[in-house]
Design a protein around this ligand. Structure first.
Ligand code: GCO
Length: 486
């Protein structure tokens, strides 16, 4: 092997999440999750779409795995729906739920596809939200441990790669600041309390895993984006440092080093919104070491110093960058205007094109991201998501010519290859997503898959699976282990 090629056992994969594909929202004893409730609130999702039926993967998983096998996929990342297994979030176990995931895992293994299991991809059991206020209470950690224990016990011998929490940065800021995810709250004090409790749950899960599944590998997945200063004005560079600490280091230092970056912690303290850290928490957080880091990469962000003269302008820009784009966390208007908190302000990057949904396209940023994370944490990296959401058209011949997706993926994989030659230790790459699926807020119109699914927002149609052009392209890439990527 040379540094300039992909390792020979590199895990070429694709990903999904339970709520976005399974459907069968109340089948075989499943309890409701917070997403089953949230999507029914008027105006919260595009045309009121929800995951009641989704793409019916629950009933069609064999067909889907067959497509994966046909593609030569090496790894498939999926998430488990907690309330399928524990309808009340804790206590009584629903055997049918466990069986479903064991069947799926068996089917994957039989077809030569390595399962990568995400424990938490946002669909908290509703009962825990109602009983304890969800992640705002340490009771939920106890419930999470029961859930993890059941899965480690049942699937620990079959599944090697486990992801604890998917994109904590996204689901907490969307859920506790922007009211665009459950629990539909706007309160940063509550956000950081929940954040800390989730960090404790993450640490507990890792420690339990080490005891129960010593041969396995576990780590969190994080939505990472490098932060660029708008200019070389040192004040803009400082603002980028602040934004980096706030958006990236805040979430990853605690996972990997067991402590919060002191600059951000002090800023939050001044704002009166720092989490409550008990003395015993510190020990727990330091004791839990992930085996790898899962990186979800879509894009980074650009910032400038926060000039305080013109608060209205500030407010407008902040609004623009808030709920439409979860990957750049922005301090709340009134907070960023406080002179003791010289943080940052989001800015437009003049060099980057955007997707149909206004997300920057930045393959070089992917290389920057992988290098930054590897240098700071010295852990193997697993790209658990990267992909393009687009409006795909089915032609009359029933084909999908998604050359734009191929271009996007090729450019990103090329930068990943360069990161590997730079020396970054990489386990694998899961494109987002395998099939088209429900976008949490954008319905079924925003498509990410290698496989087209014939359904619309309101019409379930026949759910036919149709491989897109990108499917065949990725198949070939896997066959030659990325050799033709420059
Ligand atoms: C969407 C999002 C998701 C995320 C994924 C995050 O459109 O809803 O892009 O599909 O990428 O769930 O982990």
């Amino acid at each position: 092997e040379t540094l300039d090629s992909f390792p020979k056992d590199f895990l070429w994969g694709a990903a999904s999440a339970a709520y976005q594909i399974e459907g069968a929202f109340d089948a075989d004893g499943k309890g409701p999750s917070i997403w089953d409730e949230f999507t029914k609130i008027p105006e919260k999702t595009f045309e009121g779409t929800n995951g009641d039926v989704a793409i019916d993967h629950y009933h069609r998983y064999k067909e889907d795995v067959k497509l994966m096998a046909g593609m030569g996929l090496k790894a498939y990342r999926f998430s488990v729906s907690w309330s399928r297994i524990l309808p009340e979030g804790e206590g009584e176990v629903n055997e049918a739920g466990l069986q479903f995931y064991e069947d799926l895992v068996d089917e994957l293994i039989k077809n030569g596809v390595e399962p990568v299991l995400t424990l938490y991809h946002w669909d908290l059991p509703l009962a825990l939200q109602e009983k304890y206020n969800g992640w705002e209470s340490r009771e939920t950690i106890r419930a999470f441990k029961q859930y993890c224990e059941l899965l480690f016990e049942r699937l620990g011998k079959k599944v090697t790669y486990w992801v604890t929490f998917n994109e904590q940065n996204v689901f907490t800021s969307m859920g506790y600041r922007w009211e665009s995810h459950p629990p539909n709250v706007s309160d940063t004090k509550r956000l950081f309390e929940a954040n800390h409790i989730i960090n404790l749950a993450n640490a507990e899960a890792i420690n339990l895993f080490k005891e129960m599944v010593p041969e396995g590998k576990i780590g969190p997945s994080f939505g990472y984006g490098p932060v660029y200063p708008l200019t070389s004005d040192p004040s803009d560079v400082l603002a980028a440092e602040n934004a980096h600490d706030f958006n990236n280091a805040w979430w990853l230092d605690i996972y990997c080093k067991g402590k919060y970056p002191v600059t951000t912690f002090n800023q939050l303290k001044r704002m009166g919104i720092a989490p409550t850290v008990l003395p015993e928490d510190e020990e727990l957080l330091k004791s839990a070491k992930p085996d790898f880091l899962g990186i979800n990469y879509y894009h980074g962000g650009t910032v400038k110093q926060n000039k305080l003269e013109n608060p209205t302008e500030n407010e407008e820009t902040n609004k623009q960058f808030s709920s439409t784009d979860p990957y750049l966390m922005q301090p709340k208007d009134e907070q960023s205007q406080s002179p003791e908190v010289p943080m940052f302000q989001s800015a437009e990057n003049p060099y980057l094109e955007k997707t149909d949904w206004g997300w920057e396209i930045d393959p070089v940023g992917f290389r920057v991201a992988l290098r930054q994370v590897f240098a700071r944490y010295d852990l193997p990296l697993f790209v658990t998501e990267n992909g393009l959401g687009a409006l795909d058209e089915l032609t009359e011949e029933e084909e999908i010519h998604d050359d734009y997706r191929i271009q996007y993926l090729e450019n990103h994989i090329s930068e990943m290859k360069k990161a590997i030659s730079d020396g970054v230790d990489m386990i694998g790459y899961c494109a987002w997503s395998f099939t088209d699926l429900l976008s949490w807020l954008n319905g079924y119109k925003k498509r990410y898959g290698f496989v087209y699914v014939n359904r619309t927002e309101t019409d379930e149609k026949d759910m036919r699976r149709i491989p897109k052009k990108s499917f065949y392209w990725y198949k070939e890439l896997i066959e030659n282990n990325g050799q033709n990527i420059n």
